[in-house]
Design a protein around this ligand. Structure first.
Ligand code: ADP
Ligand code: ASP
Ligand code: MG
Length: 436
């Protein structure tokens, strides 16, 4: 059994839904994980914003406009009146649920109910479309098996037992449909796995059913060797190691949500990135294998702040780094990059919520300086230290670019560089030119 996840653009119109249906019917009995139709979750976020601000008129108008789009899709998607009516009813139920959240007190609880409706609608529509085509499609409601625990981590045991039971009860199915992104939390409330989290859903489902493969179908033919939103002429990378994919996803390659790699890696399930626009393209296979001695790809992570702590007290002292790191830990702030010298240490963070307090505490240990508006550029590949030449190639690309930090040797898979935001695009381009 495979798990196939289709993102928002892949189910973004009636035609796309039909294309996906054709694609998934070709295979054996697989589990299909769907995102909301493109733009829907953003619109639901907007509705939530209006409701937080008690602007019910803004909310009502936004909901109305979204609802009209769904009526159009339904009209185009189904051939029979019977299925059009069934789809309208399912979608109307979701919009009614959104409207029922338009009350005086709008909290995180209601917001999460609103945000969940996108995936509930796309899956209901696909399920009905497949049934209209004569396919025995079975819905696996994510809210009945996908669950997080008190630490907001997936409750793997719960997910596995519930999902397996549901599959067993419906063993006659041709195909299973389920929602990405949405879940329940430890208090049984509707929750989600964070924006872009349908990739994570697919990986968790894959791990729970010990799938033979997890496929992430999107609007591009695999992980490209640089960010196609900023660099022209990027090319797909056909093979990546789990670690390489995790680095790229974490450092900004939007095609894959950073949380997606771990469950697949842990259960050694290959992940394939494929394009719904070009279903026959090779895509990217992520597994425990990799092509050796090559640099694979470059990615960029925005909104980074660098902090330098300089202190004579660090000279020949032990325990200094521990004290510095403890401060970040006490504010639950993750550090991405670290570079050290004998008299100072620089670190980067992306969550600046507690920056003033962190700086205040750090000043007890040395002179502190901050560089905001920075970007981490991550070069990923088989960068085992004994392979010669890759570091110098990366550095050669940067000859005209001011580089604030360089980190290499932390793993066998990456070199990270910190540059100013304004230099991001030219750094990405220079690296593509030098490396690929
Ligand atoms: P989906 O809605 O299917 O989850 P996403 O928008 O989340 O799709 O991810 C696909 C997009 O990721 C692509 O359209 C592309 O612009 C962007 N992207 C960023 N970096 C890369 C990369 N290195 N390789 C491929 N796509 C990338
Ligand atoms: N629909 C959700 C979002 O837009 C989840 C996803 O698409 O992965 O964030
Ligand atoms: Mg995505």
């Amino acid at each position: 059994m495979k798990v196939l996840k289709f993102g928002g653009t892949s189910v973004g119109s009636a035609q796309r839904i039909k294309d996906v249906a054709r694609l998934v019917c070709k295979g054996e009995c697989n589990i299909i994980v769907l995102s909301a139709m493109a733009g829907t979750t953003n619109t639901l976020v907007e509705v939530g914003d209006y409701l937080y601000k008690r602007n019910s008129e803004g909310a009502r108008e936004t909901i109305g406009a979204l609802e009209r789009k769904y009526w159009d899709v339904i009209d185009e998607l189904y051939s029979s009146q019977e299925y059009k009516a069934a789809a309208r009813e399912a979608v109307k139920e979701c919009f009614d649920r959104v409207r029922s959240c338009m009350k005086d007190l709008f909290t995180l609880y209601e917001e999460k109910i609103v945000l969940a409706q996108g995936e509930l609608m796309s899956t209901a529509m696909m399920h009905l479309y497949l049934q209209e085509q004569g396919v025995n499609s079975v819905m696996l409601p994510a809210l009945d098996y996908m669950r997080t625990d008190k630490n907001n981590e997936p409750d793997m045991r719960y997910i596995e037992s519930h999902l397996k039971a549901m599959l067993q009860e419906n063993s006659q199915a041709d195909i299973y449909i389920t929602q990405g992104y949405i879940c329940r939390n430890a208090y049984d409330e509707i929750d989600n796995l964070q924006r872009g989290g349908s990739d994570y859903s697919a990986s968790l489902v894959g791990a729970a059913v010990e799938a033979e493969e997890i496929q992430i179908w999107t609007d591009i033919d695999g992980m490209h060797n640089n960010d196609p939103r900023y660099v022209e002429g990027t090319l797909p990378v056909h093979q990546l190691h789990f670690e390489e994919a995790a680095e790229l996803a974490y450092f900004g390659a939007k095609i894959l949500h950073p949380t997606c790699v771990q469950p697949a890696k842990q259960h050694n399930i290959p992940v394939r990135l494929l394009s719904t626009m070009e279903p026959d393209a090779e895509g990217t296979l992520i597994s425990n294998n990799t092509t050796r001695r090559t640099i694979k790809a470059v990615a960029a992570k925005d909104n980074i702040t660098a902090i330098k702590i300089k202190s004579g007290r660090m000279l020949l002292a032990y325990g200094f780094l521990r004290k510095v790191f403890e401060i970040f830990e006490s504010y639950r702030t993750a550090i991405d990059m670290v570079t050290t010298s004998e008299v100072g240490v620089s670190v980067t963070i992306d969550n600046t919520r507690h920056l003033p307090e962190i700086l205040d505490d750090l000043r007890k240990f040395g002179t502190v300086t901050v560089d905001e508006d920075m970007v981490i550029i991550c070069v990923v590949g088989d960068l085992e230290w004994q392979n010669v030449g890759f570091e110098s190639q990366v550095m050669a690309a940067l000859k005209d670019i001011p580089v604030r930090m360089v980190s290499y040797g932390g793993s066998n898979y990456n070199i990270s560089l910190l540059v100013r935001s304004e230099d991001k695009v030219r750094t990405l381009k220079a690296l593509s030119q030098e490396l690929f």
